[in-house]
Design a protein around this ligand. Structure first.
Ligand code: ADP
Ligand code: ASP
Ligand code: MG
Length: 810
């Protein structure tokens, strides 16, 4: 025989009750069916009872709505004659409920007994409706056989009564339908088994009747690796041991009510969690430990309890106080306060306990009373309380066989800027519980789920700032690659924020990249501070801030981002070329925080120059000299200038083709190349700032002191001189190249004339080239050459930096 329990969502609508009917009627062996109240009804009864107690006549509206819902259910499910019979019994129950509520309303008191009675109507109503809906079924009233004594289920009495009621129950019997959640105490009063208690009723019956399995039918495909309402990538666990399930349920996994595990576990009856709305899915099997098919996963699941307080008893030494733990726990138990986490230092100078926030005040008061003498005597300094916390448990019996789980857990959290306020690991080593600030709950669950490979995909959350040519291209490239990365590399890239100088749009679940422009236009208005706050306030995990601006105020945010566990990929050159101490400090902070600061595109667009320099240095090489053409704009200009295209025209074309900076003078002055040389030299190990670079301007100073408009007007005045010099060069088979040089600590940028035998001579279009002379590459320098400008290669370089942070392998 099997026991099947259908939860509130499985009996919420006529459609779902029809599904229940189909599942029950298709069973091959005898089944006992336990049902919850129609979805949401118990909550509604709680509310109605409170209104009545407060003498608020609105309780009547609540009752009227309940009446309407139950009657409509009868009528929609059944034919007219059957509905009329059912309606009579349903109306009788509703009248009784209304009478009790009226009593509460008049007396303005709601004793526990009366409250339980009111709550019992949900299941009493639903079980009658389901009995009528299922073909050939009979109502078995739990009030007749589930017994509670002093707040606990009396298993002996219940077993005896249940077996009596179900004597002779077999394949030929009508299907037994039984209300969950409710029972009677010794005095004959109705009691309830706690919210979610129908699961428990079903387990009690399964044990009493020696069922072969207890099936919990709900609205998800099974027991999941984390709460699916918080973790989008949570998946169904195929098997759990009783111990694992107990740990997860005790820590908030709502899918099974915690006491449920105990009766069935005692008799080794397996539980299967199944989906009423997807009955063919295999669900989750909970039973004794067996060889584990998902054993490569160290942890099975994560659960959490929101809204907790941590109460810490501080003492110079609790050692001298005998039986202190016993006194603490007895005092709290005496007040009915549930403690679900205890953390004590070995020195016994403090003991922290986790309780629900709603219990915290009472807990502090009772502890103050309990230790009044010690507090007065100074042995105990204080009882302090910290609110707005959340507790999280990671669970898996496999943790026992693996070293370093706690280390990994703490490092994952630390890297994401989440600090642990208290922690506890049971001796069974199948659970590590810890407390974090409440605001980090979602992020903590996500980073753990991701970090312990519980997710099918590794997730990465990007905030892209700057949507000009590079940022815009990057978003397009991500949109094109998103699906492939997910399928082939198990990497899910979510763009959770997009911002430009005045606006930003943010969405935890990822912005739809096919409509990002509209979303950004409708986004919120932001200044720099607003942007920083919005990014930090999102509290996202595996976060990367992508800076595609040229803004100093954005570069000034990096340090805060690092300190909050956010990596930075910058196309923006400001930070890496800024004051040397600032650059060092940023690198140091990123390293200390375990996040990345990458800016490969700061020189040579997508070319792997910085990566190469880093690899050489990391393997012990020394960079002696860098010679490079690093300005795509200037190279384009000196490759385009000709008898027919004068100098001023080449500058204009460079601008139009998107190579030049918005103000091309940043290129023409050599400033952009200076910044690039500084960045490369720093990465090569030299302490250098922009002022240390000797620059030889090739355009008169007055061109830089006027407005941009005047500059464009004056520019053609240089054409004749350039043409004259160009003709001379042509005769000598030479070309101009704007060359940056670092030679053992000497830095220079200048427009040079290059003869036809030099490798810079044939550098086409806007290409860049870098020659690295090192201890290993001395006679023939290492050469890196290719497109050095352009939005799409730069965006691709930024993308490559982003992917390198995700660290996905082929
Ligand atoms: P029922 O009405 O069937 O008793 P509940 O609402 O009590 O259903 O429990 C099922 C819900 O529990 C799911 O819809 C899901 O949102 C939530 N839940 C929380 N944690 C988990 C988890 N680890 N696995 C599955 N569901 C979970
Ligand atoms: N109806 C009860 C509740 O909502 C019991 C249950 O659904 O398990 O708590
Ligand atoms: Mg439930």
């Amino acid at each position: 025989m099997k026991v099947l329990k259908f939860g509130g969502t499985s009996v919420a609508t006529p459609g779902s009750i029809r599904k229940v009917k189909a599942i029950v009627e298709s069973q091959q062996e005898p089944v006992v069916v336990v049902v919850s109240a129609l979805g949401g009804v118990t909550d509604e009864l709680v509310r109605i009872a409170a209104l009545a107690e407060a003498a608020d006549p609105a309780y009547l509206d609540g009752l009227a709505a309940l009446r309407e819902r139950h009657i409509a259910m009868c009528e929609e499910l059944l034919g007219a004659a059957q509905a009329a019979a059912l309606r009579t019994s349903v109306e009788a129950l509703l009248d009784e409920l209304e009478g009790i509520c009226r009593g509460v309303f008049l007396l303005k008191v709601l004793p526990e007994k009366t409250r339980n009675q009111i709550l019992s109507f949900g299941e009493r109503l639903s079980s009658r409706i389901v009995t009528a809906a299922v073909g050939n079924a009979e109502l078995y009233d739990a009030l007749d056989f589930i017994r509670v004594d002093d707040g606990r289920v009396d298993f002996a009495a219940t077993g005896e009564l249940a077996r009596k009621h179900f004597a002779g129950y077999g394949p030929a019997s009508p299907v037994a339908i039984c209300p969950g959640f409710i029972a009677r105490d010794k005095g004959g009063d109705i009691v309830t088994l706690g919210r979610g208690g129908s699961d428990y009723s079903a387990s009690i019956l399964a044990e009493a009747l020696d069922a072969s399995v207890l099936e919990i039918w709900t609205d998800v495909d099974g027991f999941m690796s984390a709460d699916p309402r918080i973790i989008k990538t949570a998946y169904v666990i195929d098997e759990l041991t009783y111990e694992e399930a107990t740990e997860l349920c005790n820590f908030g996994a709502k899918v099974v009510y915690p006491p449920t595990l105990y009766p069935v576990c005692r008799k080794r009856i397996p539980i299967r969690v199944k989906n009423t709305f997807n009955p063919s899915a295999p669900g989750t099997l909970i039973r004794d430990a067996r060889p584990d098919r998902q054993s490569d996963r160290i942890i099975k699941g994560i659960s959490s309890i929101d809204n907790i307080s941590l109460i810490t008893i501080f003492a110079t030494s609790l050692m001298g106080i005998i039986g202190v733990d016993q006194r603490i726990f007895s005092a709290l138990a005496g007040e009915g306060i549930n403690v679900f986490l205890v953390s004590q230092s070995a020195s016994e100078t403090g003991l922290s306990i986790g309780v629900r926030m709603a219990d915290a005040e009472k807990a502090c008061a009772v502890l103050d009373r309990t230790f009044a003498v010690e507090i007065a005597g100074g042995g105990v300094q204080s009882v302090r309380r910290e609110d707005e916390l959340a507790a999280i448990a990671i669970v898996g019996e496999n943790m026992r066989n693996n070293c370093g789980v706690a280390g990994k857990l703490f490092s994952i959290l630390g890297k994401n800027g989440i600090s642990i306020i208290a922690c506890a690991q049971g001796a069974s080593e199948s659970n590590i519980s810890f407390v974090v600030e409440r605001k980090y709950l979602r992020k903590s669950l996500n980073v753990i789920h991701d970090g312990f490979n519980l997710s099918e995909y590794k997730e990465m959350n990007l905030i892209i700032c700057g949507v000009g040519t590079v940022g815009g291209q990057l978003i397009e490239q991500i949109a094109q690659q998103q699906e492939r990365l997910k399928q082939r590399r198990n990497l899910k890239i979510n763009v959770v924020g997009i911002a430009r100088s005045t606006r930003g749009v943010f969405d935890h679940d990822g912005i739809d990249l096919s409509t990002w422009k509209e979303a950004l236009s409708a986004g919120k208005v932001l200044d720099a501070d607003g942007l920083k706050e919005a990014v930090l306030g999102m509290n996202i995990f595996n976060a990367v801030f992508v800076d595609c601006t040229a803004s100093e105020s954005v570069a000034a945010m990096y340090e805060d981002f690092f300190n909050h566990g956010i990596s930075v990929v910058a196309a923006n050159k400001v930070a890496a070329s800024s004051d040397y101490q600032n650059y060092r400090n940023l690198k140091k902070t990123a390293r200390r925080r375990g996040v990345k600061f990458l800016f490969e595109t700061n020189a040579g667009a997508g070319l792997p120059i910085i990566n190469t320099i880093n690899s050489l240095r990391n393997s012990g090489d020394h960079i002696r000299k860098i010679e490079a053409v690093l300005s795509g704009t200037l190279n384009f200009i000196f490759n385009t200038i000709s008898a027919t295209v004068p100098f001023s025209e080449t500058v204009r074309q460079a601008k139009e083709q998107g190579y030049a900076e918005p103000d091309p003078r940043i290129d023409l002055s050599g400033k952009d190349v200076i910044r690039k040389l500084v960045i490369l030299s720093r990465e090569a190990g030299y302490e250098v700032s922009q002022e240390d670079v000797e620059a030889e301007p090739f355009i008169p100073r007055e061109f830089f002191n006027c407005t941009l408009e005047e500059f464009w007007q004056k520019l053609p005045s240089l054409d004749a001189d350039f043409e004259e010099r160009r003709l001379e060069l042509e005769k000598e088979h030479m070309r101009w190249r704007f060359v940056a040089t670092m030679d053992e600590g000497k830095f220079n940028v200048a427009l040079r004339t290059i003869d036809e035998h030099h490798c810079f001579y044939n550098l086409e279009g806007s290409n860049n080239i870098v020659l690295l002379t090192t201890d290993r590459y001395h006679d023939h320098p290492m050469q890196i050459q290719g497109y050095g400008a352009g939005a799409s290669v730069t965006a691709a370089g930024v993308f490559a930096d982003i992917i390198s942070i995700a660290n996905v392998s082929n």
